[in-house]
Ligand binder design. Sequence first.
Ligand SMILES: Cc1ncc(COP(=O)(O)O)c(C=O)c1O
Length: 487
Amino acid sequence: MDPVFDLIESERQRQREGLELIPSENYVTKEVLEAMGSVLTNKYSEGYPSFSWNFSSEEKPQRKEPSSDVKSDTCSDFVSKEKWIAETILPNHRYYGGQVNVDRIERLAIARACELFNADHANVQPHSGANANEAVYFAWCEPGDKILAMNLAHGGHLTHGSPVTRSAKIYDFVAYGVNDEGDIDYDQMEKVALAEGPKLILVGYSAFMKIPDFKRAVEIRDKVEQKFKHEVLLMADMAHVAGLIAGGVHPNPLDFGFNVMTTTTHKTLRGPRGGLILSKGRVGSQLKRPEHTLENIPTLIDRAVFPGTQGGPLEHVIAAKAVAFGEALKPEFKEYAKNIVENAKTLADELKKNGFILQGDGTDNHLVLVNVDASFGLNGKDYEKALDLVGLTLNANALPGDKQAAFRPSGVRLGTPAMTTRGLGKAEMVKVADWMTEVAKICQVANERNADDKKAIQFNADEEKQLAKIREAVRELALKFPLPSDK
Ligand SMILES: Cc1ncc(COP(=O)(O)O)c(C=O)c1O
């Protein structure tokens, strides 16, 4: 057999026997995996399907609030719309023949995404979150235009203006950061915005644990528009929390007046690896004149994705996105999202009780940032590696204003979406926090012994034995909670 398959099997076993604490990872269902591994990968379909439904507000079925009788929350309008899409062939705007099935699959993905996020339009083709962000910049900004986004060192993402990216070479990024409480510094955001007059303001992050004040961001955008007399695109990159928004436990920026929301589909949203762009505006392949307006943003974005920045879409991944969006529309997903946040709060509380110092002193979402330097005198990379030895996977992360080198930062970042998918609850969060504490203490002792040595921590035989014992306990617990694809 091709050794690639042995390696895939080894990875499956690693996932089964360990616990995934990386906040941007998750475990997909068998159905999502099946769609991804399907014959759709054989098909070229550059272009877009015709719009099967007018998503303008008067025709779009309203998302229903969950009722006390959960069974009645089935969005009957939506089901009939889906059936209509799945059964109807419309003329397409593709560059290849044979689109009869992929058109209907992509339209289903679009309809479900719009329903989940109360959007007028969805582009489901971005190959990743980075591609989604780049396409939005490309749709709206000219080279040299200013974009205001969160400082990478304060929790923003590489694609929000890191000098190593292509976007940063094209556009002029200016930044705001977080304050001492770990919250976005909105006063700074306003000050920089009114000084610089950005064309695009972005609220989004990879390491932030509070709920953003979307209303304040809209007010800041309005002030910039008034002062500089040009339209400002207000964009949210909700890659981390999209599943919480879909599950109704986090506010939706599109409900506050944001024009665009980008996300990955593989984090809390629990779909295949990929990107998604949601927008508010006028939908249709014709642009209304003048063309470069926020009203036309859905179509400007479609053009920026293809042919602007990508080639043929990955229809097997789009099918898996459609399946995942269908799962996220079910009532069970609301329960899942609620449990993610509850687990994160329990984990944060337990870590604090055990002596860890947390950025922002806790969490309001799925993610916890821990200052392991201030708590146990460790660097995040050494601690990450030690936790790997016991089967707890997380990642080292810089903290706002971190003085340590990027590869040996003061913090680690962890979260609960993946563990919650497997069914772990409060009791297990207490255990995870206890194991993390034991490992931190073992590292602390080893670290002090090797204080003069700049290399990674060396454990002695006794410490290795203690780590092996924790490894066994983690494995035993993990195996009680099968991966969804094993069920
Ligand atoms: C906020 C944010 N945006 C964009 C991305 C990029 O996503 P991808 O890795 O799919 O390109 C990430 C990934 O971590 C992210 O956290």
